[in-house]
Design a binder for this molecule. Structure first.
Ligand code: NAD
Length: 483
């Protein structure tokens, strides 16, 4: 273990402004996926800790909702500046616990600061409206109020990016929050929350817990203090949590899985298509909900695309994310290589051709080789379920109708990509593909100022753009007659 890895902290819970151990003293280990070694531990919350967090979030909300928007914004801007100052240390922690290359971790941390700044400004743009009344002496106002304490659940693939959206939007809106962070990558998220606390967010307004995910969600979602749920993760878990939220009449936002179709037309700029597709596919070892996954290449461009894409994938150096020349790190935990490997074996047995990779890398840790498959059929698991790993599946199509039909075949509808030089084709893609986010001729998704969310089984609600704050607000209508 290097000195860098030895410096991993013991991660505490954050409850009512205090960093503390779990009431029962329990902890869970944290593993470096690049080595498979235990590098530290995090506190493991049980019911007593959750009760304390609920009490804190309740009191925190009652105060925070009264803090003027400009002041909330100033605190969030300060948190963003702290995050920028601490970016190098936080990125290092993220790489050690999550595996991604240091450059990606640093980019994510700085991006999180940008998200904080953007939602700080949104706090000042929470407008109601005055509705023309039917009588002279009546004033009708629709006012926006924060919905209340939020329970949020974020995953390990983008530890900061996922958490910063939920926490910043909640705080901008005037809500308090209990975040159940990702147990696999707890330290970087704790350091993010430290920025909010150090910037002056009052005690109880942000709280952080870790533990058994189902135990925490099943306790927090029905609890009367909690008024809003936000979850990012798999469609299967999202459906369970949305059902629980529905049973208790709680507002919720669901950012779930995808299986992004990526359409490459004969008239595409091939250099751009290959470059963008390979960067998008292998970023974060493919553990990205908007990762380009089902490549559909028009017949005339197919051979050229496969040849160039395989060459780009072959050039990717895998390794420990702390090493400077690493372009792709390991998968996050020991379950991922098994899950990805099973999908590839199933595809191979059913006749898929392997152009590259297809197996775990021969080294310690949870590495999987960049993989390219073709000749896929609809009965293969990988053509229907999210691989969530460094695997590209490439098939051909004849015409736009066929490509759009295949793109819309699955129940998912998160991201979609297309490469074409035809405005007419681009227009059809934008109109006809069933996805919450569509990016044509570049990788242009997931900016703080643009909507971020899915349709169909990929969930509902947005955690980007001006739509995002709406779901943390409720509308109250007040009509007053001056008599
Ligand atoms: P997993 O289902 O165990 O966990 C995925 C995430 O959901 C984790 O953050 C986990 O803490 C959370 N989770 C699971 N059950 C929960 C519950 N009952 N209540 C609250 N939170 C819960 O799976 P995994 O092996 O870690 O990842 C596998 C799959 O999860 C991937 O194939 C992918 O589809 C999905 N995933 C999606 C995203 C995303 O950004 N949409 C991120 C991570 C994982």
């Amino acid at each position: 273990m290097s000195d860098n890895e030895k410096a991993y902290p013991t991660v505490s819970l954050l409850i009512n402004g205090e960093w503390r151990a779990a009431a029962g003293g329990e902890t869970l280990p944290v593993i470096n996926p690049a080595t498979g070694e235990v590098i530290g531990e995090h506190a493991h919350a049980r019911q007593a800790d959750l009760d304390a967090a609920l009490e804190a979030a309740d009191a925190g909300f009652k105060h925070w909702r009264t803090v003027p928007a400009v002041k909330r914004a100033a605190i969030l801007n300060k948190a963003a500046n702290l995050l920028r100052e601490r970016a190098d240390d936080i990125a290092r922690l993220m790489t050690i616990e999550q595996g991604k290359p240091l450059g990606e971790a640093r980019g994510e941390t700085l991006g999180a600061a940008g998200t904080l700044d953007w939602f700080a400004e949104e706090a000042k743009r929470i407008y109601g409206r005055v509705i023309p009344a039917r009588a002279d002496n009546v004033q009708q106002i629709a006012a926006k109020h924060p919905v209340g304490p939020v329970a949020a659940f974020t995953p390990w693939n983008f530890p900061l990016n996922q958490a910063v959206r939920k926490v910043s939007i909640a705080l901008a809106a005037g809500c308090s929050i209990i975040l159940k962070g990702p147990e696999d990558t707890p330290a970087s998220v704790a350091e993010l929350l430290r920025c909010y606390v150090d910037a002056g967010v009052p005690a109880g307004v942000v709280n952080l817990v870790y533990g058994v995910p189902s135990e925490i969600s099943e306790y927090l979602i029905p609890h009367p203090v909690i008024r809003k749920i936000s979850f990012t993760g798999s469609t299967a878990v999202g459906k369970q949590l949305a059902a629980l939220a529905g049973a208790h009449m709680k507002r919720n936002t669901m950012e779930l899985g995808g299986h992004a179709p990526t359409l490459v037309f004969d008239d595409a700029d091939m250099k751009t298509a290959v470059k963008m597709s390979s960067i998008g596919k292998f970023m974060n070892a493919g553990q990205v909900c908007i990762s380009p996954t089902r490549f559909l290449v028009q017949e005339g461009a197919y051979e050229q695309f496969v040849e160039q894409f395989v060459a780009a994938a072959k050039a990717i150096k895998i390794g420990n994310g702390l090493e400077e020349d690493t372009r792709m790190g390991p998968l996050v935990h020991d379950r991922r290589p098994t899950a990805v490997g099973d999908m590839i074996d199933d595809a191979k047995q059913r006749g898929a051709e392997v152009h590259l990779g297809g197996k775990t890398a021969d080294r310690p840790g949870y590495f999987f080789e960049p993989t390219v498959l073709s000749g896929l059929t609809h009965d293969m698991k990988i053509m229907n379920e999210e691989p969530f790993g460094p695997v590209a599946v490439i098939n051909t199509f004849k015409d736009t109708d066929e490509a759009i039909a295949e793109a819309n075949r699955l129940p998912y509808g998160l991201a979609a990509y297309a490469f074409t030089s035809s405005m007419k084709t681009a227009h059809r893609i934008g109109q006809e593909i069933e996805a919450g986010m569509i990016s044509i001729n570049h990788l242009g998704l997931a900016l703080p100022e643009t909507p971020f969310g899915g349709v169909k089984d990929s969930g509902y609600g947005s955690e980007g753009g001006s739509e995002a704050i709406e779901s943390y607000l409720e509308t109250r209508f007040v009509t007053t007659a001056a008599i």
